[in-house]
Design a protein around this ligand. Sequence first.
Ligand code: SF4
Length: 409
Amino acid sequence: MELGQSSYPRRKTRQIMVGDVAVGGDAPVSVQSMTTTKTADVDGTLQQIYDLAMAGCDIVRCTCNETEAAEGLARIVPRSPVPIVADIHHQYRMALAALEAGVHCLRLNPGNIRRPEHIKLVAQEAKARGVPIRIGVNGGSLHPDLYKKYGGKVTPEAMVESAQMELAYFDEVGFEDVKISVKASSVPLMIEAYRQLADVVDHPLHLGVTEAGPLPGGLIKATAGISTLLAEGIGDTIRYSLTADPVEEARSGRALLEAMGLRERKNVDLIACPSCGRAEIDVIEVARQAQEAFGDREIPLQVAVMGCVVNGPGEARDADIGIAAGKNKGHLFVRGQNVAVVPEDEMVDALVEWATFIGEHGVDAALERAKSTGDAARRAAERDRAELLDEKGEDANRSEQRVEVIRKL
Ligand code: SF4
């Protein structure tokens, strides 16, 4: 299924602009992350912003928790390759300072900035500058009145009401340039809160499972929450909140959107067989080396690492380029057709070289390039395949032999 033909019709939302990135409406779902550096450390923060942008992040958030951070933002914003959101908790003055620094969006936590006159003042100032605000409700820092009203519990209804209360303050000053999040660390809670919110507002929604935690659990929780909602058409921008290098957040967000057909592929989609008794190489290690070699290079191809030439080229025939292990060598194939044979220790280099060629010139040019080597490569692959089948037979995992033994016990 091609991009744009996804089976997840998007909920209709109004569109806002965060710098030059459109959020909501028919804009592609965007990826966000947050820097972990002190915002006052301008060079360190910019380095991280560049790393995030390289990893596919569309919008970056930086904390603005003190005057030095706001000063840092004034220096960071003009040099950033992506729009910058200032994260504001507790001190409304930091929101005003961030606006002065030129940020492209504010994130306000309604549980932490509570006085209506402060909220309205910030909204008025944002309106005057044409800067949008994210109402960032967080299950862990709900307004105490709402907490009490809902029986001392964080409920989806309480989170939605918190967002609506903030919206009402914004309405009073005619400010509408808003996106909203209702994050919680509980996946069922955040899913229900977003569903309820989507029923009552048409603002773009920023999805996330807050404090999801370290890998792999954090990745699983965030993916469970975000992908469930995206599959229901809910969500205009996403953030993975992982206890990990933020670059992992950006990569994860990007990978999820690509996997769901919601964004065009930007980097290599590396597939690899799970390995089995037939494998002629350490598939996990070779796949790891390939992943490292490709890094964040912008080669939008599917690349396969397969453990054996017996089944590999067939099982990965849809991959743009792949390699399957033979007898101490690697068999390169393009869309299932053998194109070259390389020594085993050159497999990864050859894979990167061919992928780069296809990225620049296309699959047809690669098949043309292989015209002189393709026949020999095909024969070599057939020989290895026959030899491996001879050695290990059809039952490489010896399952049937074992079954026979078990039956005789
Ligand atoms: S049969 Fe070959 S390609 Fe398939 S899992 Fe086993 S080693 Fe990998």
